[in-house]
Ligand binder design. Structure first.
Ligand SMILES: [Zn+2]
Length: 474
């Protein structure tokens, strides 16, 4: 009897010890409400929709716009529709002259409109033999066209969607001057591989001469876009729309599938743009990482960044790296991109980071990322549709286990037809996140922003206030 009693007390003691954190610290009202909301998808959507969300650190200007907006602007601006290819085109003269149909007329046909929306996004997409989510995703960008003045409309759409969801900061990737100014000037410029010599070749040639004008034009275009965004959202009226509260900064987005001279020249352009225009806070490198040029030149691009970092000075770098999966490319191409983005490309943040466990010496890379606080921008829907990586196959678990900071972002909410709330709901459901972990990821989305210390402190204080107000409601 005495022995049984002894075991009973010991068991109770162990049980209490095992449950100590949960039983000793009662769940707060908001934690109880979160746990309740997690029971049903629609209630979790409601809960997270109302929650403060900090920043979206990985979003592309062209990818953030929904297909319906592209069509509306095409109709209003006299663009053409290629009814066979289901693409938009800016006419050189008239649509008739190019065997296209003007958008305003063509898009009166609801069936065509539906096919266009499907082609400009992932709506109703089903992978088929020879056409994957990856193919559909990246092909959308070749189907788009707009007048430059619409960049303000794009910013307004992104900002208002963010503001309505209590997102307070957007760090938007955008490409300026590359295709219209830089590529024609440098496409046939030979590069030797000696970076100092190549830098000099570019600066002594047509690119270097045009650089000051390009930088001035880029800033002027952004002045116009920001001003138009403010007008569209009524930011200077007494009834401003929610997007007016959202701080917008930009990253210079270079394209890794172009010839080496174009990538290098656009990096140089970006290096100067970030220095002279404080709306541009960092640099990035985009486009399909499995493209043959992107794979061939990966180390060269990292070396180009390293050269500029050491000669023109440090900049904030975030890099799409390891957006690759086994089967998509040979194993050797999975072996080093994230590691090199950090070691040679000076990346302070990694976009996607999906192939991490395939990298040589990845445990050391993870340790470095945790120690140096190199954050991963996690884009769940994008990873699912482009790489077919989700849930238990997602490296979220590896980063979490090794203490690497992470924040969730949208990547291309227009193409994927999602929003920030959707991505956070998905994170909670896919990874069974607790309230504290979700909240910590939201704080990361501002802590790791490429903002100066003053702006960052302001936004973090604002986030504290928003959370205090949100949590006091439970
Ligand atoms: Zn991206």
């Amino acid at each position: 009897m005495g022995l049984a009693r002894h075991f009973f007390i010991a068991a109770i003691t162990m049980l209490v010890a095992a449950c100590a954190p949960a039983t000793m610290v009662p769940a707060s009202g908001v934690e109880k409400a979160f746990a309740q909301a997690k029971q049903r998808h629609i209630n979790l959507r409601e809960f997270i929709a109302a929650m403060p969300k900090g920043g979206d650190l990985h979003t592309h200007l062209f990818g953030t716009v929904y297909a319906e907006s592209w069509l509306k602007w095409a109709e209003e601006d006299g663009l053409c529709v290629d009814q066979a290819a289901l693409t938009l085109r800016v006419p050189k003269d008239t649509c008739a002259a190019e065997n296209l149909k003007d958008a305003a007329t063509a898009l009166k046909d609801q069936a065509l409109r539906n096919r266009m929306i499907d082609n400009l996004s992932l709506r109703d997409f089903k992978a088929s033999n020879g056409w994957s989510g990856h193919d559909q995703f990246f092909s959308t960008f070749f189907s788009l066209a707009l007048r430059a003045k619409r960049k303000g409309d794009m910013l307004a759409e992104a900002a208002n969607r963010a503001g309505k969801q209590h997102v307070s900061y957007l760090e938007i990737m955008h490409t300026l001057e590359l295709f219209e100014s830089i590529l024609p000037r440098v496409a046939s410029t030979p590069m030797s591989g000696d970076l100092a010599a190549d830098y000099q070749t570019l600066m002594d040639g047509a690119f270097g001469k045009a650089l000051p004008d390009m930088l001035a034009r880029a800033s002027a275009q952004m002045d116009q876009a920001m001003a138009r965004k403010d007008v569209l959202l009524g930011c200077k009226t007494d009834a401003p729309e929610p997007g007016c509260t959202v701080l917008i900064k930009l990253q210079n987005q270079s394209v890794r599938t172009l010839p080496p001279a174009a990538v290098f020249a656009h990096f140089i352009f970006g290096w100067h743009l970030v220095q002279q225009d404080d709306r541009f806070v960092g640099l990035n490198l985009v486009a399909p990482e499995d493209d043959f040029v992107a794979l061939r030149d990966y180390n060269l691009h990292m070396a180009q960044i390293d050269f500029l970092y050491k000669t023109l000075g440090p900049r904030n770098i975030s890099l799409h790296a390891g957006e690759l999966a086994l089967g998509q490319v040979p194993p050797k191409d999975l072996g080093f991109h994230i590691t090199q983005a950090i070691k040679t490309g000076h990346a302070k943040r990694i976009g996607h980071g999906i192939d991490i466990v395939h990298e040589d010496g990845y445990r050391d890379t993870l340790k470095q990322m945790a120690k140096e606080r190199i954050m991963v921008e996690i884009n769940l829907t994008s990873n699912d549709v482009i790489l077919d990586v989700s849930r238990g196959a997602h490296p979220f678990y590896v980063y979490r286990a090794t203490g690497v900071p992470m924040a969730f972002s949208t990547d291309d909410e227009g193409v994927s037809r999602i929003d920030m709330t959707h991505e956070l709901v998905r994170a909670v459901e896919d990874f069974d996140l607790g309230y504290d972990e979700l909240k910590a990821s939201i704080y990361n989305s501002l802590k790791y922003a490429f903002l100066d210390e003053v702006d960052k402190a302001k936004l973090l204080a604002d986030l504290d206030n928003r959370f205090a107000a949100f949590e006091s409601g439970f």
